[in-house]
Design a protein around this ligand. Structure first.
Ligand SMILES: NC(=O)c1ccc[n+]([C@@H]2O[C@H](COP(=O)([O-])OP(=O)(O)OC[C@H]3O[C@@H](n4cnc5c(N)ncnc54)[C@H](O)[C@@H]3O)[C@@H](O)[C@H]2O)c1
Length: 262
């Protein structure tokens, strides 16, 4: 097959938060392939730097998305280096699960801080530089758990439901500035580090089954019969970041193989 050469997002400047590993890294790599200059933003600066070094034109920025000063510095770094900001992909999030009665309150709040407040802070800082340009695109990586409650996973689902409310509200508010705001709700990325290093074990413990049974359970919920891949999510991100979706804002797009219907 011939090399894929059409760069749909050529010349755009993009920030991806949580881009040092997992889905965020994959999204940063896809934006690079599509011709973007990429700000690889993450708490883990060493890994973020490695990702940035492997891209065509990218910088790494250390950021805690729940810290307003650091988030503002991240957006400043993008504008200082590349002169503008076209796209924010708000991807950084954490997942701690557990029964409500055992859930440490500080951990529940921490998830709100990173997953919801962090999205607000990033969108706020991005909007400040996009509004004067009367152009911009904000994409939140949400989850199917942003639309349907998740068993013994109350903090994650609550933070992601909140993200959809924020997405719709920002879309209403920023439409007049030609800034579109959408969310992507992926299904289970069953081979991602989040699952392999943490979720199989967390869910097995919560549900009293083995990690392999957890995998089979989640696979059996998907009409298309497989887990979600990074490419599945990246394809929709590119569409939402491109002019091909210019009449779409305030949407939360399921990329789940049909899982939400089961
Ligand atoms: N893995 C899945 O199955 C799945 C499914 C649906 C949605 N999602 C969503 O996709 C996104 C990425 O998930 P992932 O599986 O790649 O996760 P991951 O844990 O592999 O990666 C998350 C990255 O975010 C960074 N990060 C964490 N807290 C941060 C903070 N406060 N500030 C800045 N960076 C921070 C981490 O260092 C890490 O590099 C999340 O929004 C997640 O909710 C994941």
């Amino acid at each position: 097959m011939s090399e894929y050469t059409c760069k749909i997002l050529d010349g755009q400047v993009a920030i991806v938060t949580g881009a040092a590993q997992g889905l965020g890294e994959a999204l940063a790599r896809r934006l690079d392939k599509e011709g973007c200059k990429v700000v690889v933003a993450d708490l883990n600066i060493e890994a973020a730097q490695k990702v940035a070094d492997s891209l065509t034109d990218a910088i790494a920025v250390k950021v805690d998305v729940s810290n307003e000063e650091q988030v503002e510095a991240m957006v400043d770094a993008a504008v200082k280096k590349y002169g503008k900001l076209d796209l924010l992909v708000s991807n950084a999030a954490i997942l701690i699960s557990g029964a409500v009665v055992d859930f440490p309150a500080d951990k529940w709040r921490k998830m709100m801080d990173v997953n919801l407040y962090g999205y607000f802070l990033c969108a706020k800082a991005a909007a400040k530089v996009m509004i004067p340009n009367r152009k911009g695109n904000i994409i939140q990586i949400n989850s199917k758990s942003g639309k349907k409650g998740s068993y013994k996973n109350s903090a994650y689902a609550a933070s992601k439901f909140g993200g959809i409310g924020l997405t719709q509200s920002l879309a209403l508010e920023l439409a007049e500035y030609n800034i579109r705001v959408n969310a992507i709700c992926p299904g289970n990325l069953l081979d991602s580090p989040l699952w392999v290093n943490s979720l199989y074990e967390q869910y097995a413990r919560n549900q009293g089954i083995t990690p392999e049974e957890v995998r089979q359970k989640y696979l059996s919920q998907v009409p298309l019969g497989r887990g979600c891949t990074y490419a599945d999510v990246a394809n929709v991100m590119v569409f939402l970041a491109s002019e091909q979706s210019s009449y779409m804002t305030g949407q939360a797009i399921n990329v789940t193989g049909g899982q939400e219907m089961r």
